[in-house]
Design a protein around this ligand. Sequence first.
Ligand code: AMP
Length: 119
Amino acid sequence: MSYDSNNIFAKILRGEIPSKKIYEDDYALAFYDLYPKAPVHALVIPKGEYMDVVDFGLHADATSAKGFWQAVAKVAAELGISENGFRLISNCRVHGGQEVPHFHVHLLGGQQMGPMIAH
Ligand code: AMP
């Protein structure tokens, strides 16, 4: 499988479709999820073309990986969810229920998020 540059997040990165931007630097873009699942629901994506967390973990160079995770921390601080905490999720491939094949993390917070998995 290879990276599909027609995915929605690639289009957001290219500015072809709009997003509600929270933060941007050389390594990452953060924007609000279109269908929020919590009072605060942000997505952070790397600027490089990685399909999922496995691809990112294996292939991103150290500078890009550090830049991405620092952006995640900055976004959490900017959204005011660092102190009380938040849930960070990355859905991966079929069993993870990943819908958009560009690596991203969800930051969910603004309330107590409850059990990790609904029963
Ligand atoms: P997943 O790939 O399963 O981790 O989820 C993809 C997420 O992207 C979902 O939570 C969607 O609500 C969200 N989403 C889909 N299209 C957009 C968009 N154009 N702007 C912001 N969020 C989106």
